[in-house]
Design a protein around this ligand. Sequence first.
Ligand SMILES: [Fe+2]
Length: 398
Amino acid sequence: MTQGFSALDFDEYHRKELPRLMAEGREALVADEVARRGSLAFRIDDGGSYTYQPRQGRLEIVPGDVAADTVVGLDRASWAGLVHDLESAPGLLYDGRARSLRGDLMRFVMWEPALRALYNGVPIHDPGAPLVDAEGESLDPAQTFRLDDDPEEMTAFMRAAGYILLKNVFSEAEVAALRKEAEAAGERAVEGDQKSWWGKTASGEVLLSRVIEAAVLPAMRSLPRDPRILRIGEIPGVDLELPHQGEDGVAVLWKSPDAVEGITNLPWHRDCGMGGHALTCPCCVCQIYLTPATPEMGPLEVLPGSHRGAYAFAEPHERVPGAVAVPAEAGDVSLHFGDVMHGTPPPTGEQGPYRVSLLLSFAGKGSYHHRGKRHYNDVLLGQEDGQIASLRAAAERG
Ligand SMILES: [Fe+2]
């Protein structure tokens, strides 16, 4: 099948490989998790189905799907991609490649952490666990840094927490120039141009939430070569680069409190949530704040340490124990691993300016799309009006 990944036999995998992995410890990883998820079956297009059946604190892999609460129809390559951590439940839903043959496809989404544990040995993240570094020393999730702080300390925090906030990286004058350019990028965006994301308010007003090819003006265009940004890209201590140096090198994000459609206020997610984790991670998103990003203005929220485990959320802005906001001021810069659970809840303030920030994506060297497409997130695009469906709406379509 996919370049660099072994072919899989659906039947043999479920009869031999998966039971062997489970006996070696992966069943224990998921026992508590699957007990609250109900049973899930995969039925493959050209024949065969297996049910993942929780029973009395154990997990059984049962041929057929007659007793499964939810039956997901997939083609063989999509299922194999799921095993190799190249496909994800949300990505398959948005792309129309996962079909509901019985039950609610959201159950497939909620099963994903258990699938990651079973297929890839990734532990289920415990959001109640304290944040500690590699030596077991406890860390304060609210700690912030400056660019000239001890690099080793910053790396240790980033690796443990999955994010870091750097204060006062850009001056007031620089922020003002970038804001002007961000406004110009917003004015150029057109609904349905496939280079911007749009949402709607309760009264039906159309909102621009993101421009993904914004580096059309000089200050914005110079950011991927700015020594401060390059220095921040070194904090994780992994081989990263900024592959996009042209107009698609910088995206602008606008927060809005009253968006009810689209994903203006991004639900909890991982940036590899549409697929490609095995190829694209570790990767990082760098965010330059052009306005304050307090809870009133719509900050980034993260689940510290969640990049080291598997986790899923049922509802877009569910309150989770252990989740923290990353409150920033204009000129601050945050960096987060793409696979730390994060989201941006709606601003709670009655008056703006709501958060405006710039996004630059650091990628691992040599990453590509396993199906030869442009980007995993492109499954979100495609509607003529540029509106992005919610995950639940995509599940109901399937
Ligand atoms: Fe994200």
